[in-house]
Design a protein around this ligand. Structure first.
Ligand SMILES: [Zn+2]
Length: 325
């Protein structure tokens, strides 16, 4: 991060770097999701009274998301006491998290800060913050939602055919702490590999990805998943047939579900056939037997792995070089 006031002014004049996706809703839809107060601040460019917001005095570790769309905006490590009565940050999490716009209201020039994903009004940015950025992001609490991670990592569960292959892909990514093979989406407890392979338990072969959301986002993980398997073949990956090989992404909240839908819609034009990836609520996850874990690393001579995995890794290296370890 190398944001400073000159950069901010440049963004105001020439546009902020594009976000990874956009969220667009009608006024009515926002009203359904937000309280009257939140709507007035975020969608009508309001300002809460100084000292009244819930995050003025809050300094415990955590991250701050957009109240409207859940996009990650600020990290508590860069929050400081400005004495203004509004929560203040020295910088956002990335150069394209916040959108900057010139605001000439009240006969002065100020820089308005908006969520770059959903255009929610957040507050204003001023050039009188602490070094090194020298910036002060003066925010409305009502525009933010603080998330305190119990642990520093989050999890994602994907199915994309044989889990040996999907595991080998995600192991390569920066911010991915651990990848485990397992079973999700079925209707019996503690299934075995043999039962899952029979295709009668309803489980999919999946991988559980433990990742650091400050290094790699769920959005990027979903996108990488879609581009490194075939999301257009129903219950099939190459020579592997059956519902246990279905293309699937599990969600744990409504926000995750919406994000998955958004990423799939965005990826669709890149595929000739319709994306048939299932979006399923996560109800259970069972780790696979030990001998499946890190299978490709220990069995890279296996003819199946030889045929299927290297082409996938090649695709990953070409398209996502910046995200690799
Ligand atoms: Zn937003």
């Amino acid at each position: 991060m190398d944001l400073n006031w000159n950069k901010i002014v440049h963004f105001v004049n020439h546009g902020t770097p594009e976000p990874s996706h956009k969220v667009v809703k009608t006024e009515e839809e926002w009203k359904q999701l937000l309280s009257e107060h939140e709507f007035a601040i975020t969608r009508m460019h309001g300002t809460e009274r100084a000292g009244t917001g819930e995050y003025c005095e809050s300094f415990e570790p955590g991250v701050y998301e957009c109240r409207c769309c859940g996009h990650l905006l600020f990290d508590s490590n860069f929050k400081f006491e400005s004495g203004t009565g509004w929560p203040s940050f020295a910088q956002p999490v990335t150069n394209n998290a916040v959108k900057y716009s010139g605001d000439h209201s009240y006969g002065m020039f100020r820089v308005e800060a908006l969520c770059n994903v959903c255009d929610a009004h957040l507050g204003h940015v001023f050039p009188d913050g602490p070094e090194p950025s020298g910036l002060r992001y003066c925010m409305n609490s009502a525009s933010l939602k603080k998330v305190i991670y119990m642990e520093e990592t989050s999890i994602a569960i994907f199915g994309g055919g044989c889990f040996w292959c999907t595991e080998a892909i995600f192991d390569q990514l920066k911010g991915v702490v651990k990848v485990e093979s397992g079973y999700s989406g079925g209707h019996i407890e503690h299934p075995t590999y043999a039962q899952v392979c029979d295709g009668i338990t309803g489980h999919a072969e999946v991988i559980k990805i433990e990742y650091d959301p400050l290094v790699i986002s769920l959005h990027d993980l979903i996108e990488i998943h879609l581009y490194t398997h075939d999301p257009t073949t129903l219950n099939r990956q190459g020579a592997d047939w059956g519902t246990q090989y279905r293309s699937v992404i599990f969600y744990r909240s409504e926000e995750e579900k919406q994000l998955i839908q958004t990423v799939i819609e965005k990826a669709q034009p890149d595929f000739k056939d319709k994306i048939v990836t299932k979006i399923e609520a996560l109800s259970s996850y069972y780790p696979a037997e030990n001998y499946h874990q890190n299978y490709f690393r220990f069995n890279s001579e296996n003819p199946y792995c030889q045929a299927v995995i290297p082409p996938k890794l090649k695709k990953l290296r070409e398209k996502y070089a910046h995200a690799l370890k």
